[in-house]
Design a protein around this ligand. Structure first.
Ligand code: GUN
Length: 299
């Protein structure tokens, strides 16, 4: 078994992004500016947003975090989004999900200008992605593609099973693996006899959010296994009071897989790279001619 080391790859790609930012500066161009909206005090969301801010600082982006109380109304939040849409100083905007129940994630996602939608959640970007056209790709699937490419993992003609059909990961992941010439099956909670699919898969992407769901007997010898899961599981023996668990039972699956992502240190850092690449692209869109042309991953 070999590790698909997201931490290592992210470090290399981050250095490249930093260089590009320095070149933009030398050319007198704008430094990328990412804004993040955070509503409430959910522990995981705060951790993610703080990590994104740290990434921005490290590569030389400007960043702004707008924090709002849980009590903000949908109308007020949509107004804040509109303000950022109209702020020429800000290139990319993410609204950290999940949002409180009284706010429609659909409305918020659709209000963000698709030109600043560096999460790739706006229907315009989703449509462009499904057609294999230049767009902002959703950060997690984008990061996974970058990870597979970095390690030269063969995708053409391979059977790929994605477990989970979320808008953020499962659905776009399936579309991108199809563009990478895989034969793709997207499995979900209503799939009958899941093992019959996963046992035939050359590549399994687990994105269902159930800790240690994928066991060794569910995969074939030599499969490539990507673990998107990152769930906080209570653990009184840990200082933080929880441990992070992926969707894959790593100790046993790693004995059988040819390549596997660890948790943490696999997909997580690559997601953040996806977001930074999109934010960089948001600036280049404004500063160079037709830059989105080679954003399509279709070869
Ligand atoms: N919540 C979980 N994943 C994501 C993500 O990729 N972007 C945003 N905005 N919220 C999330």
């Amino acid at each position: 078994m070999q590790l698909l080391n997201g931490n290592e790859v992210a470090k290399t790609l981050k250095a490249n992004i930093k260089l590009e930012v320095e070149q933009l500066k030398i050319a007198g161009k704008k430094v990328p500016h990412l804004a993040a909206i955070l509503v409430g005090v959910d522990g995981a969301s705060m951790t993610y947003v703080n990590a994104k801010e740290k990434d921005c600082r490290e590569v030389g982006f400007d960043s702004t975090i707008l924090r709002f109380d849980m009590s903000i109304t949908e109308e007020e939040l949509l107004k804040e989004v509109e303000k950022i849409n109209n702020d020429t100083n800000i290139d990319g905007l993410i609204v950290q999900l999940p949002l409180p129940k009284h706010i429609s994630e659909k409305k918020v996602t659709e209000t963000i200008s698709y030109k600043k939608d560096v999460d790739g959640f706006h229907p315009m970007n989703v449509g462009l992605m499904f057609k294999g056209l230049p767009c902002f790709l959703p950060a997690t699937p984008f990061g996974i593609i970058k990870l597979l490419e970095h390690y030269n993992i063969e995708t053409s003609g391979k059977n790929c099973v994605v477990i989970g059909r979320s808008d953020i990961v499962g659905k776009p992941m399936g579309a991108l693996m199809l563009q990478k010439n895989c034969t793709v099956t997207v499995c979900h909670s209503k799939t009958k006899d899941l093992n019959s699919f996963t046992q035939k898969a050359d590549i399994v992407i687990a994105a269902l959010g159930i800790p240690e769901f994928l066991k060794a007997d569910m995969i074939k010898e030599g499969a490539v296994v990507i673990d998107v899961g990152i769930t906080r599981v209570d653990d009184t023996t840990s200082v933080k009071g929880y441990v992070l668990k992926g969707d894959v039972k790593f100790d046993e699956v790693s004995q059988k897989a040819s390549w596997i992502t660890p948790v943490p240190g696999g997909v997580g850092p690559m997601t953040r790279i996806g977001l930074m690449l999109n934010t960089l692209e948001a600036v280049k869109m404004k500063t160079i001619l037709n830059p989105m042309v080679d954003r399509s991953i279709v070869k």
